[in-house]
Design a protein around this ligand. Structure first.
Ligand SMILES: [Zn+2]
Ligand SMILES: [Zn+2]
Length: 285
């Protein structure tokens, strides 16, 4: 059984309004560890998460960009979001947990070295990768991005970095350079076709690449009825979660972090997230 970390900060807004209550029956499991940022509601198992320092952010983002983010008023939420991702990675390397689900208020993939936008202010997976390199000497990393949109920020940050495999499933044409790959997803794709694209274009590459950890930039905005609708049903996300979680055991020793990215529907969040966390924790659905 896997030891699964859940990292959460309490945020305003509609999509996660049912959390953490919707995790009832999960938080109580002995292999599930709940870590929260400094907010009043604290289940007995919780630990405080220390926000990242500016120096940690500067490993990916320029100081000028961080100042710009501060002017948007979204800095605190973005900081707590990426703190969850980085702390999850640290806890995996210090053998406190095996895998993790990170609740964020913002996505990662439109945040680059010196730019941000599209609801992304800081790039949590990218910062976590630089931190793992610096603190633990980790060498090889994979990111799968199934948000409906193109991850321009992640492409830019790791564009010249062959030790990061990044496979982005989006509407743009096929591109491949330095282990950065864009896979074009047809509009109105079926779940089965999408799943096959993931197997062929991410899992096959990851098996050869042998990353020490897999990050999943998981957006559900491509689900029918959400703002990036490409035709997926909710079950597509469950199937991908199951495949990635199983494959991670062979590919990266089970080291696997799911970072919540795009998606706005509260009903989908409440339906999908508890199921996906149960898959992570190895207790079925
Ligand atoms: Zn998106
Ligand atoms: Zn893309």
């Amino acid at each position: 059984m896997m030891r699964t970390g859940i990292l959460l900060y309490y945020q305003e807004g509609e999509r996660l309004r049912d959390f953490p209550q919707a995790l009832e029956g999960i938080l109580e499991k002995e292999n599930v560890f709940f870590y929260d940022a400094y907010y009043p509601f604290k289940p007995p198992s919780s630990y405080e998460l220390e926000p990242l320092s500016a120096e940690t952010l500067y490993q990916v983002h320029s100081p000028e960009m961080i100042e710009e983010v501060k002017r948007t008023g979204e800095f605190e939420g973005a900081l707590l979001s990426v703190t969850g991702t980085v702390r999850a990675a640290e806890k995996i390397w210090t053998n406190e947990i095996d895998n993790a689900f990170v609740f964020t208020g913002y996505g990662d993939h439109h945040a680059g070295t010196d730019f941000f936008g599209g609801g992304c202010y800081l790039n949590g997976a990218a910062i976590a990768i630089q931190e793992l390199r610096k603190r633990f000497g980790a060498k090889r990393f994979a990111i799968i991005d199934t948000d409906a949109h193109h991850g321009d920020g992640t492409w830019e940050i790791f564009g010249e970095d062959p030790d990061v495999l990044y496979v982005c499933f989006c509407s743009g044409p096929y591109m491949e350079k330095n282990n950065k790959v864009d896979i074009q997803v047809p509009h109105k794709v079926t779940d089965e076709r999408y799943l096959n694209l993931v197997r062929t274009n991410f899992l096959a590459r990851a098996k050869v690449f042998e990353p020490e950890i897999i990050f999943w930039n998981w957006g559900y905005d491509g689900t029918q009825g959400d703002y990036g609708d490409i035709g997926l049903t909710p079950e597509a996300h469950i199937s991908i979660a199951r495949e990635l979680r199983t494959a991670s055991e062979g590919i990266s020793g089970g080291r696997f972090i799911i970072v919540l990215c795009g998606g706005s529907r509260r009903d989908l969040a409440s339906y999908l997230i508890p199921r996906i966390i149960r898959i992570l924790a190895g207790s079925g659905e």
